[in-house]
Design a protein around this ligand. Sequence first.
Ligand code: AMP
Length: 382
Amino acid sequence: MRDPLTPILPGAVVGVLGSGQLGRMFAIAARQLGYRVHTFSPETDTPTGQVADVEITAPYDDLDAIRDFAQNVHVLTFEFENVPALAVDAAAEFAPVRPSGSVLHIAQHRLREKSFLEGKGFPVAPFRAVNSLDELRAAIEQIGCPAILKTAVSGYDGKGQVKLINPADAEAAFTATGSQETILEAFIDFELEFSIVAARGYDGAFAHWGLIENTHRNHILDLSFAPARVSQSTSIKALEIARNLLETLDVVGVLCIEFFLSRDQRIFINELAPRPHNSGHLTINAALTSQFEQQLRAVCGLPLGATNFLAAAAMTNLLGDLWQGGEPNWAAVAGFPDVKLHLYGKDQVRPGRKMGHLTALAPTANAAVERVLDARKRLTNR
Ligand code: AMP
């Protein structure tokens, strides 16, 4: 047990490292509860900065700026896990950082993450560390093909990943990932992908929103819906893993675990995100407490909120590609009374860039999926 904590109450200042859409939705939740929000990142007029009380613009390696930032907040959290460890340590001199820097350290490096998970007995696909072409060839012999070569750092949304169909692909794959520190992972022939967004309070309380099923397009999350189409035994097993993992990592905050369910019904952890996650956005409209309010409650030492769903739900991302033929038809989407529009305030549109999302609520997940995809289609009927 930890020492009892004096909770950080409304009116206090919460600092967010990072300034994207996750920070924005966190800031909206925090302001709703009467907290003040400061955000720190190298950019200006950011999705988070637009709704925060204070936006600080400085590089993450400007440790004086980080210390200054931390001196003006009561607690710090992050929305972007690639904040350098030195910056987190500097911030932690002045304000508690939750989840702690050690959770961040594990999650920001694939090899560290996979080794940690395997070492603690959590189910992951077979993998090998690969630092040279020779090591890659040896790893292919051990793991077999198909396999996926992934860079150890800075990979997200499928960036820094190459699939190897057969051993002859080794050289091209190693060159394509930039000949850097990588890991080779067995390819899981999955039936579906799902995630668990879970929270752990300062007092050790655990909360979750069940299993959320996810589909990707071009390696980017396209659609999430809840509840996922899995058996009760899979659900129980995966939730047990989630509870154990948050406890093992001593998380205070929100952490998302992405899973594969193989065709033979085995579950594997793909990766961790020590923060709210894109697949959890549907909790904003569909659950009593959203993942962002839960992050706030956890990092402020408040009791966790109830995670009951009001209905089944589906969420689809709005990527920059939708802007190709001009401004999307917002009025058409407003014509769906059961669909909620979220836009992140990004003025620079790029294909593949997450600009916003839609969430639909319905009596079943299937019906919610149909509605949300229909609404998205109407956006391009100009
Ligand atoms: P990641 O960036 O690791 O989350 O990977 C992005 C997507 O690539 C995943 O959501 C999967 O659809 C696919 N993928 C990654 N690793 C594997 C694997 N070992 N086996 C099968 N598909 C994978």
